[in-house]
Design a protein around this ligand. Structure first.
Ligand code: X2X
Length: 347
């Protein structure tokens, strides 16, 4: 009798769960990027795994926040966006802990980054997001950010002197590029393509696979590329807590699984041809065909002059930003930095 009663109550609970006809997901970039493809994959998997109950529409190219990408976190907190796959850079003005990933030259390789995301520091960051009203679901990736410009090859800090570089509107980027001797200006991604075309800015920094190739930046005059892995840009798949609370447990579980699966695919797309070959192997095991398997070779074929810095050359840039790193470590908070250093050692 009791069991039957419980069963009826569960059924009633399911029936009364209110689903909106559309859930909005915010993404800064276009559908043809690894980031955009990961977002669509997430939406498709959520639909499939929730039996069509949760329909996510992906709003690409910043359509939801109209201009300011650093407002995205606020949209998510307030439930204007139900979901977002956001760059830690864009959320860092509201979540100071995320500046961990903006520290120049802090993550020498993917291994250290993965260890931090999966380690104590990654968990502490997810906990912090929950306190702020955002339900984190999985780590994705935009990629290692490399420098491009229209003027000259950049191999030393001297080469960077005075170059007008567009950076994202998170203050640490202005500090970093000033310390390097450049002339940085912050601007939302939506305005960058026109600004490059018109020569208002001479350079910018973004991942090769994630942004430089899909947006064909060489066609906008960005003919010089410096590979220096100075900052890595993780993405976070997340839901607004306001929306998350309305889902029954089975739906939450299905969405969580969809996020982990889509993030694995998304991360592999972002790393394809840039790591030790694991990303391409994973994609091929999933039957995903990747067109560009050698991104640097592809860029050279487009006429881009590629400068890959040696560890010694990177060291010269690193020296110049030592003060910025120190200042921002204090801002981020000692405990998180210590946790991240410990996670990195376990990599
Ligand atoms: O604006 C950028 O440079 C981009 C697309 O990489 C981010 O959203 C952080």
């Amino acid at each position: 009798m009791r069991r039957v009663l419980v069963g009826i109550l569960v059924l009633l609970g399911m029936a009364s769960a209110q689903f909106k006809s559309e859930y909005k997901l915010s993404v800064v970039v276009a559908p043809n990027t690894a980031w955009g493809m990961g977002a669509q994959k997430f939406a498709d998997l959520v639909k499939e795994k929730t039996g069509g109950r949760v329909n996510i529409k992906v709003y690409f190219s910043g359509q939801l926040f109209a201009g300011q990408q650093t407002n995205e976190f606020q949209l998510l907190r307030t439930g204007v966006a139900d979901f977002a796959i956001g760059s830690t850079i864009n959320w860092s003005p509201q979540v100071k802990e995320l500046n961990l990933f903006n520290l120049p030259f802090f993550f020498p390789s993917y291994k250290e980054l993965d260890a931090v995301e999966e380690g104590q520091a990654g968990k502490a960051i997810f906990q912090r997001l929950k306190q702020l009203g955002v339900e984190p679901l999985a780590w994705g990736e935009n990629g290692y950010r490399q420098l491009t410009n229209s003027k000259r090859p950049v191999r030393t800090p001297e080469d960077l002197q005075g170059l007008k570089i567009r950076v994202v509107g998170a203050p640490i980027f202005i500090d970093t590029f000033r310390a390097l001797g450049a002339n940085p200006t912050s601007m939302s991604w939506a305005e960058v393509l026109t600004a490059l075309q018109q020569g208002v800015i001479e350079g910018q920094e973004n991942p090769i696979v994630g942004v430089i190739i899909p947006y064909k930046l060489w066609e906008l005059g960005q003919r010089y590329l410096t590979v220096w892995n100075y900052v890595i840009d993780p993405l976070i798949f997340a839901a607004s807590a306001q929306t998350w609370r309305t889902f029954p447990a089975d739906v939450q579980k299905a969405i969580q699984e969809a996020a982990l699966e889509a993030a694995r695919y998304q991360k592999a797309l972002a790393r394809a041809g840039m790591d030790d070959g694991s990303a391409l192997r994973y994609l091929s095991s999933q039957g995903v065909k990747v067109e560009i398997t050698d991104p640097l070779g592809y860029l050279r074929a487009q006429g881009v002059q590629v400068t890959v810095l040696s560890p010694l050359e990177i060291g010269r840039f690193r020296e110049r930003v030592a003060g910025v790193v120190q200042r921002w470590m204090n801002e981020i908070g000692g405990t998180l930095v210590v946790q991240a250093e410990a996670d990195k050692k376990r990599a």
